[in-house]
Design a protein around this ligand. Structure first.
Ligand SMILES: Cc1cc2nc3c(=O)[nH]c(=O)nc-3n(C[C@H](O)[C@H](O)[C@H](O)COP(=O)(O)OP(=O)(O)OC[C@H]3O[C@@H](n4cnc5c(N)ncnc54)[C@H](O)[C@@H]3O)c2cc1C
Length: 211
């Protein structure tokens, strides 16, 4: 891969079965399955409070009424900690974190068949997206549970990491999209990212990874 020219690594793992999940299709599949199983989907409701009786969920109070239920699945992403606290789950603290993603154009052609490449030591990744490459400096900064603000410092972090890990991409130009996303991590989680690490005895490993 030309993008790996002069990249410092001692070995790489490549998994030809890696792929990128089509999140929209996955979500639609879940929704169709839920409906087929008899679920009713209620959109645009904000959970305001969770009622717990004798240690069990009794009801969920939303801005559009109350739902009596014994079961609540917390899929709140960056807000998962807030929702957990509403339900009185104070045993595991979830910290919202922010990560930046950049859509870039690079010198030379991008092959859509290139794998998702993650440099484990420097912690930076890229993968083909549209005409260019989607990249992330893999930042994971604690951030208030709200729509994450974009921080320009992340752009500098990406440039610095590219220069170290993938010099051939150091001239990448950020195009339209760069955005921040949020998710929660437990305080004791060292990593929530699935990578395939090489076991190279010298140099820095680089991995093709899911993620
Ligand atoms: C540090 C970091 C690492 C990441 N690593 C990866 C990775 O390795 N691989 C990868 O694919 N992606 C990764 N991501 C991206 C992550 O997968 C996306 O941010 C993804 O959107 C998270 O999905 P989610 O369903 O958990 O949360 P979201 O898509 O944010 O969904 C949460 C939903 O809960 C709703 N909600 C919140 N509070 C309430 C409330 N009170 N009432 C009702 N609804 C509420 C929100 O409106 C939102 O719709 C990473 C992101 C970060 C920040």
């Amino acid at each position: 891969m030309p993008a790996l020219t002069d990249a410092p690594f001692g070995g790489a793992l490549w998994n030809p079965h890696d792929g990128v999940v089509d999140i929209h299709a996955l979500l639609q599949g879940y929704l169709a399955g839920a409906r087929a199983g008899g679920a009713r989907i209620a959109y645009r409701r904000t959970v305001r409070a969770v009622e717990v009786t004798a240690g069990r969920i009794a009801a969920v109070h939303t801005d559009a009424g109350t739902i009596q239920t014994r079961c609540l699945v917390n899929a709140g992403g960056g807000w998962a900690g807030t929702l957990g606290e509403m339900a009185g789950c104070g045993t595991r603290t979830l910290i919202p974190r922010r990560r930046h993603l950049f859509q870039t154009l690079v010198d030379g052609a991008v092959d859509r068949g290139w794998p998702f490449v993650w440099h484990n030591d420097v912690d930076v990744y890229f993968r083909p997206e549209g005409d260019g490459l989607l990249m992330s400096p893999c930042d994971a900064t604690p951030h208030e549970a709200r729509e994450p603000m974009v921080d320009e410092a992340a752009q500098h972090a990406l440039a610095e990491k590219l220069a170290r890990a993938f010099p051939a991409l150091a001239t990448a130009r950020i195009t339209s999209g760069w955005r921040a996303c949020a998710r929660s991590r437990g305080t004791n989680a060292s990593s929530s990212v699935v990578t395939l690490r090489s076991t190279a005895s010298s140099g820095s490993p680089v991995s093709a990874a899911t993620g």
